[in-house]
Design a protein around this ligand. Structure first.
Ligand code: ASP
Length: 280
């Protein structure tokens, strides 16, 4: 049993050392809690659990603390892929709920598994999700200062459970200050992908991640027999062709974990029950 989580990229310009330390501590606590949960649950249930904890923490740009779009409204995106059943589900630009990942989890059970905008909002209401504003004063301040674009974040988790099943989940408040209607990578197979061989969750500039088909490409390479480190390196090399800004975490069916970023440092934590690594 192993898992990795990420808390997106830090904005070098707006993060103090203190904030980074607080984020590090939060990541350590969340990955420990998620590991305890993993002992009794599947990889799929655990990645949802971990991402929900990250969404609930206003330090991260997903759920509470999400970025505000150009028109002043928060729209969030999230997705889940169960490596065992190969089912992908996602919500794109959902509004006024606390945990997009929980809606995504419910979508695993229906035929139409990726919903956008109003359809996603209506589905969330239908399953009894309460209306909730995820706006925090700091994001409003950034928005007002038109600085939101510097605060790339997003959260994600990949896990392997006691039965060797893999899963990936990703949730985002977006880039910040984007044109309403813009679709992030986080609820696409470029930003979040898993099968029986490998699971990957990405963060960074969604347009670059989609252009690089990043998560799906890494997972496909591992599936075709390339070891996870080489699969990451080759896929990130291809991002360089267009100066793609991305970071990703991954785990394969043998429990090998890997992570890489193209620009500044991705915030991530890895835990196998013995050794806890927190980097940023
Ligand atoms: N990938 C997300 C997006 O483009 C942002 C992020 O990862 O921080 O919306």
């Amino acid at each position: 049993m192993k898992l990795l989580i990420h808390g997106g990229f830090f904005s070098e310009s707006s993060q103090s050392i203190e904030t980074k330390l607080v984020k590090q501590q939060a990541m350590s606590q969340i990955i420990r809690d998620a590991y305890v949960y993993l002992k009794e649950h599947t990889a799929k249930q655990t990645v949802v659990y971990a991402v929900k904890l990250l969404e609930d923490n206003p330090l991260f740009n997903a759920g509470i603390g999400s970025q505000i779009q150009r028109d002043g409204i928060i729209r969030m995106s999230a997705s889940l892929m169960d490596g065992k059943t190969k089912k992908f589900s996602g919500v794109i630009n959902i509004q006024q709920i606390k945990n997009p990942i929980e809606v995504v989890s419910c979508l695993q059970e229906v035929d139409d598994r990726v919903l956008g905008g109003e359809g996603a909002n209506t589905f969330a209401q239908h399953i009894g999700t309460e209306s909730y504003s995820t706006e925090i004063p700091q994001r409003r301040k950034e928005y007002e200062e038109k600085l939101a674009a510097t605060g790339i974040g997003t959260v994600g988790c990949v896990a392997i459970d006691a039965h060797g099943n893999l899963a990936a989940a990703t949730s985002t408040g977006g880039k910040g200050f984007e044109i309403p209607g813009r679709i992030s990578d986080s609820a696409t197979v470029a930003g979040n992908y898993a099968n029986g061989e490998c699971a990957v969750s990405c963060t960074g500039v969604g347009e670059d991640i989609v252009s690089g088909a990043l998560a799906a490409k890494i997972v496909t390479r591992v599936t075709d027999g390339i070891e996870i480190k080489s699969a990451f390196e080759k896929s990130f090399l291809e991002l360089e062709e267009f100066d793609g800004f991305a970071g990703a975490i991954g785990i394969d069916k043998n429990g090998a974990m890997y992570w890489q970023e193209s620009h500044p440092q991705i915030v991530f934590a890895a835990y196998d029950g013995l050794e806890l690594t927190v980097f940023q």
